[in-house]
Ligand binder design. Structure first.
Ligand code: IMP
Length: 191
């Protein structure tokens, strides 16, 4: 089955490709030569993910899914949350976002945080949501070179290394996107 993954992020495509079985042929936007930025104008992960999936499904007339992810920190009232990509500014790099978050957390005792991914699937008949979460803590400074985004400052519960230090396989097993992808896969098998 052909499935479009509406993302421009090659790291996300890799993570997802590794988890879906052979019966699904993932087409990334780069495979389709689609380079237009898809806006994320909403205040919820659900709305942003659905907007991306709907837009691309309409353009290519195929089943399409998209994810939107945020890092939520209770001590910062849920920030950066749905604004995780642009926490340090509209074109902020991962390093700038992590620096801002580490500074905001400097005096905080409660260092808990969770990643949440929402996947929106747009079929030719309607849409469905799938989600995954993982709790952990925010490190004092970035450590590790693997992963992407906030991975170097996120230490998942039960581990003492960041997602950027742990093997990819562990991130897939316990991580937010992996859980959401498994929920999506179970559903796709019922179609
Ligand atoms: P989006 O889902 O691409 O909008 O991601 C929002 C922000 O969260 C971006 O800054 C991403 O780099 C970051 N992000 C998304 N997924 C992950 C992840 O699995 N690990 C670390 N950061 C992530």
């Amino acid at each position: 089955m052909d499935l479009i993954f509406a993302t421009h992020n090659p790291n996300k495509v890799l993570e997802v490709q590794k988890q879906l079985d052979q019966s699904f042929n993932i087409l990334a936007l780069s495979d389709l030569d689609y380079h237009t930025e898809i806006p994320e104008p909403y205040e919820t992960l659900e709305e942003n993910a659905l907007q991306k999936a709907k837009t691309i499904s309409r353009v290519f007339k195929k089943i399409c899914f998209s994810d939107d992810t945020g890092l939520f920190v209770p001590a910062l009232n849920g920030a950066p949350g749905v604004y995780s990509a642009r926490y340090a500014g509209p074109k902020a790099s991962a390093v700038e976002n992590m620096e801002k978050l580490c500074a905001a957390m400097e005096l905080k005792q409660d260092r808990r945080a969770y990643f949440k991914t929402v996947i929106a699937l747009q079929t030719l008949k309607g849409f469905h949501f799938f989600e995954g979460m993982v709790w952990g803590t925010i490190a004092r400074e970035p450590v590790g070179t693997g992963g992407f985004g906030y991975d170097p400052i996120f230490i998942p519960q039960g581990y003492d290394q960041s997602f950027a230090m742990l093997p990819q396989k562990i991130k897939q097993e316990i991580g937010h996107r992996g859980k959401a992808i498994r929920a999506l896969t179970s559903f796709l098998k019922t179609l």
